[in-house]
Design a protein around this ligand. Structure first.
Ligand SMILES: NCCC[C@H](NC(=O)CCC(=O)O)C(=O)O
Length: 445
């Protein structure tokens, strides 16, 4: 049966702002307090989705979350009317207010870990929302993420939805940003590679010294168990702690895979040789290891341009293309590397550059903005079809953004109670466009 990998991009929510919330994420800290452009951010995301659709790819959309998260603010002790809650939070704890307004759910690579049916023991597609415990603003996401995933993949015959792992640093889980699947064809059993930053229950093992390691091996193993993956088809590999300390907060900032291609920096992993040998052993076909040396591109340039936070997609004609941010085009050594890469003997034959700068300024590149779900034809038909992008859905969503989004937001704007009603009105309409039902708390009261 025909199978394909669908990219489900996160729509940027109406409260997109720059709050400097992610220690260890260089761009997030560097752009703290900058003025954001929510409308432009959402449109940049939609333009990338449309571009992939126009290349003949199947493209999906995941709804953003309800922000400001009034329930979270109330749970933290702010009370009274919504206006009071926002004003008191702004005066007493502005960082908590901006955290509860973050549009971080746009980075759907962190929404969940997904295992396609070819890899799982019950031959269903498994989803585990990421708990994102390492950052407060992101830890607010998993419950609604679960609702949105259930409404998008709403067929129990094909899709299994697990609860996110326990909300605790020991099980810190960042979803697909630390998970790579390699395979021959998308519909054939592949290998699933879980990358982790530290051991929660063994402090003698290596870990970064400066910045947090967000993913634990204990979390990765739990997800693999939940999904019913075979040990013989699963690999756990530790991220090099030194690169985490240089700003590689997720493995997808320094490595990306697609089918039989693994594109990575030489400093990405600990014990690279053993890891690559393991991959070769477990794969049923030859693998193209595209290893970038430090002499070609420094870790700093990787972090600044997101060379590896690119999407590698297989085009309908079988050739692969890299979907890169403009930062890669603008950096001379990265551009030179990519120009050469497409001439080499690998399946990667094209590089296409897109402007996703509003997301990049918070440390989210093209790959952060999408969750990959490999499905066969039957499973694709079982997906909520309203969540798949076509020309009409693209223009409906663009008009929806035009109608509801602000041009600009500053941190000072976040105390405006109108933002609550504007966001809810927008999201309520979106749930109708995407036929999601009542996934948000404000719709359930
Ligand atoms: N996969 C990319 C994730 C980027 C995300 N940035 C943020 O949350 C920054 C938000 C801010 O600083 O306003 C993160 O670090 O988890």
């Amino acid at each position: 049966m025909k199978s394909t990998e669908v990219n489900f991009d996160g729509l940027v929510g109406p409260t997109h702002n720059y709050a400097g919330l992610s220690e260890g994420n260089v761009a997030s800290l560097n752009n703290a307090n900058d003025v954001s452009n929510p409308k432009q951010a959402a449109k940049q995301g939609l333009a990338k989705m449309k571009a992939l659709h126009d290349m003949g790819m199947t493209q999906g959309v995941l709804a953003p979350q309800e922000r400001p998260d009034m329930a979270a603010l109330r749970r933290l002790g702010f009370s009274g009317t919504d206006a009071n809650v926002l004003e008191t939070a702004f005066k007493q704890a502005p960082t908590l207010l901006s955290a509860c307004c973050s549009a971080s759910s746009m980075w759907t690579a962190n929404a969940a870990t997904v295992s396609p049916s070819a890899d799982t023991s019950d031959q269903k597609v498994h989803f585990t929302p990421a708990n994102l415990t390492n950052k407060f603003h992101r830890s607010l996401e998993p419950e609604t993420t679960g609702n949105i995933l259930k409404a998008t993949f709403n067929n129990e015959a094909h899709f299994v939805h697990h609860q996110h792992l326990p909300d605790n640093e020991h099980f810190g889980d960042e979803g697909a940003a630390n998970h790579t699947r390699l395979c021959n064809r998308y519909g054939e059993q592949g290998i699933e590679i879980f990358t982790y930053g530290r051991y929660a229950f063994n402090r003698n093992m290596p870990m970064p010294a400066k910045f947090p390691a967000r993913q634990t091996i204990e979390a990765s193993r739990a997800v693999a168990r939940l999904h019913g993956l075979e040990n013989s088809q699963t690999i756990y590999v530790q991220q090099n702690p030194d690169v985490i300390d240089q700003g590689v907060f997720h493995n997808d900032v320094i490595a990306v895979g697609n089918q039989n291609v693994l594109f990575f920096h030489e400093q990405a992993f600990l014990n690279t040789e053993t890891f690559l040998a393991d991959v070769s052993d477990k794969m049923s076909c030859d693998v193209h290891f595209v290893e970038v040396k430090t002499s070609q591109v420094s870790v700093e340039d990787c972090v600044n341009t997101y060379l590896f936070n690119t999407q590698i997609i297989t085009l309908p004609n079988g050739e692969m293309a890299i979907i890169a941010p403009m930062h890669c085009y603008e950096n001379a050594s990265v551009k030179a590397y990519l120009d050469e890469l497409v001439t080499l003997n690998t399946p990667i034959k094209h590089v296409k550059y897109y402007d996703v700068n509003e997301s990049m300024k918070n440390g989210g590149g093209p790959a952060c903005l999408r969750l990959r779900v490999a499905v066969n034809e039957t499973e694709l038909n079982a997906v909520n079809q309203h969540c798949l992008l076509d020309d009409n859905k693209f223009s409906v969503l663009n008009n929806w953004v035009d109608k509801h989004y602000r041009e600009q937001l500053t941190l000072n704007d976040l105390r405006d109670p109108n933002l609550v009603s504007e966001s809810r009105t927008a999201l309520d309409e979106l749930t109708q466009i995407l036929n999601l039902g009542s996934v948000y708390r404000f719709q359930q009261n």
